[in-house]
Design a protein around this ligand. Structure first.
Ligand SMILES: [Zn+2]
Ligand SMILES: [Zn+2]
Length: 340
């Protein structure tokens, strides 16, 4: 329990200030304490040595508007029956009334937020849109086929002995050598290391004193603990790992494989392409990947365009044909078609 402090109050009738809480009537004008009284602590040293006369709050007489002590069953001013409105009820009513008044008269200090002009971003957006549209719009150009070309290629593979190695010996391989080698690593717990970290904790750094209004001219002092943060060093063990090698047998061997050897090429400008031919050595050579390319060359607006086409489409064009080119804004051919 804290100490008892004698509070003070001001007289609304004659304006006298700092009247001690023990006085139920103003020593200046004699007016009793009423609803407009609010107690306050003027000096924390106003400690009451003896026990305070009342523990509970004063109550307000509905007939004469004066406060009467908690212990009184009848108004000490007019003798009327006790009402049930205490000093605290009156204080709460007055606070609510003040809050309502503040809400109905909001302060007009907030200025309207100055907005950025929306015109500049709009211009940039429009410019970007125009650029994209410009990029997408193709233009057409009249052209003439000036050349045709084709190329066909076949890769030749040879069945040869090659060196290789692995963790198993394949069928048909001729072993040269085998030895123990590191195949993988395993993470193994090696030891623990003690490390430290800072852990925050709350502690009471002191106390502040608050004065609780008892509603009868007196206050009770209460010690409120003040919290602060401090750090303490905490130790813990952290696992440290190492990589342990795993050994296995590695085989070094020679084995026969199909390996790329050379490329056969045929090319021309005529309209009947064919695959290159060469006699392959039986058992040790074979044909591998094939590749084919067909292109036409067109001239338009003093520019020459080389356009690659699939075989079927390529065959429909002849040197001297009039064609229509769909060009992107960058100048690349997007489409070619026969002129109407
Ligand atoms: Zn007075
Ligand atoms: Zn009364």
């Amino acid at each position: 329990m804290g100490q008892m402090i004698e509070g003070r109050w001001d007289c609304s009738s004659c304006g006298k200030k700092m009247i001690q809480g023990r006085y139920k009537h103003c020593p200046g004008c004699g007016k009793g304490r009423g609803a407009d009284v609010k107690f306050y602590v003027a000096d924390p040293n106003d400690v009451v040595a003896a026990d305070v006369p009342e523990k509970g709050p004063d109550w307000l007489c509905e007939y004469c508007g004066a406060y009467a002590p908690d212990s009184a069953k009848f108004c000490t001013n007019c003798g009327a029956q006790r009402g049930d409105k205490t000093y605290f009820d009156v204080q709460q009513e007055q606070e609510e009334k003040a809050a309502q008044e503040a809400a109905s008269h909001p302060e007009r200090t907030s200025e309207p937020v100055r907005r950025r002009s929306p015109i500049l971003p709009l211009i940039l957006l429009a410019a970007l849109a125009a650029f994209i549209i410009f990029q997408l719009i193709p233009r057409n150009a009249d052209a003439r086929v000036t050349a045709k070309s084709w190329m066909r290629q076949v890769a030749v593979e040879s069945y040869v002995w090659v060196d290789d190695s692995g963790w198993a010996l394949p069928q048909g391989a001729v072993l040269t050598e085998s030895r123990r080698e590191i195949r993988d690593y395993e993470r193994v717990l090696d030891h623990y290391e003690t490390r430290s970290r800072q852990v925050p904790e709350q502690y009471i750094s002191g106390y502040s004193t608050e004065y609780q209004d008892m509603g009868n001219g007196y206050f009770q002092s209460v010690q409120i603990p003040q919290y602060a943060t401090r750090y303490r060093t905490e130790y813990y063990d952290e696992a440290v790992y190492r990589n342990e090698p795993i050994y296995d047998t590695r085989y070094y061997y020679q084995i026969q494989r199909w390996i790329y050897n050379r490329t056969l090429t045929a090319s021309g400008e005529e309209s009947n392409p064919y695959w290159p031919e060469e006699t392959l050595q039986a058992d040790t050579e074979r044909a591998g990947e094939r590749d084919e390319q067909y292109a036409i060359q067109c001239e338009a607006e003093k520019n020459t365009y080389t356009i690659r086409l699939p075989l079927m489409e390529w065959q429909t064009y002849n040197v001297g044909d009039k064609v229509n080119l769909e060009l992107s804004s960058g100048g690349t051919v997007r489409r070619v078609s026969h002129a109407e």
